[in-house]
Design a protein around this ligand. Structure first.
Ligand code: FE2
Length: 196
């Protein structure tokens, strides 16, 4: 059986708590509960997508924003920082209505999932990081997912109004739901969990 580092265990424990928040839609809590059920068993094929992208340089500023917004979020910020050397990084390069520099201005950090610190294929647990004043493109995907917002930021679902669920709040996306996110004048960081 694969072993799991203390840093990954710590992050999973903190994230599980955040995804149980009643600030999240019930369907978001439910999908996350199924993700964390699967995460009880470590699984890792040791493939690491360690190549970094320009927006990785926003990580420290985003984590400072996280802790500045809410003292309760200090532990999750420290847990993400501790995992930085093992993260798998990726970017989206397709989708409509993204801001002009969105490719350079965003990055995704995979913690548990393909190419991540614990590389596996049954779930995804990680975060999206964006520079200030970035609009991520409209996109959709088959896996159901939940997000928890850790900084100021806004989401949009199914072409509706932009809304800010608040720090510690989040959204749920049913399979194939079109959704997007955007930052204001501070960096954006949201964690997500997907059932794949
Ligand atoms: Fe998504």
């Amino acid at each position: 059986m694969a072993l799991r580092s203390d840093n990954i265990s710590t992050f999973i424990e903190i994230a599980q708590h955040l995804f149980r928040s009643t600030s999240l839609p019930g369907a978001g809590r439910n999908v996350a509960a199924r993700v964390f059920e699967r995460l009880r068993a470590p699984s890792d094929d040791e493939i690491r997508h360690g190549a970094r992208y320009p927006a990785c340089e926003w990580l420290d500023a985003a984590l400072a924003t996280v802790t500045a917004q809410s003292a309760e979020m200090g532990p999750v910020a420290r847990a993400i920082k501790a995992l930085e050397p093992q993260l798998g990084w990726s970017r989206r390069t397709s989708g409509s209505h993204g801001s002009p520099r969105y490719i350079e201005d965003h990055v995704h950090g995979m913690i548990c999932g393909p190419g991540g610190a614990e590389s596996r294929y049954d779930v995804q647990l990680g975060f999206s990081l964006m520079a200030p004043n970035t609009r991520y493109p409209d996109h959709s995907h088959p896996p159901e997912e939940a997000y928890v917002l850790l900084t100021p930021g806004e989401f949009r679902q199914q072409g509706g109004e932009w809304f800010d669920p608040g720090i510690g709040g989040g959204i749920h996306n049913a399979p194939h739901n079109v959704h997007a996110m955007r930052s204001g004048d501070t960096p954006f960081l949201a964690i997500w969990s997907l059932l794949t």
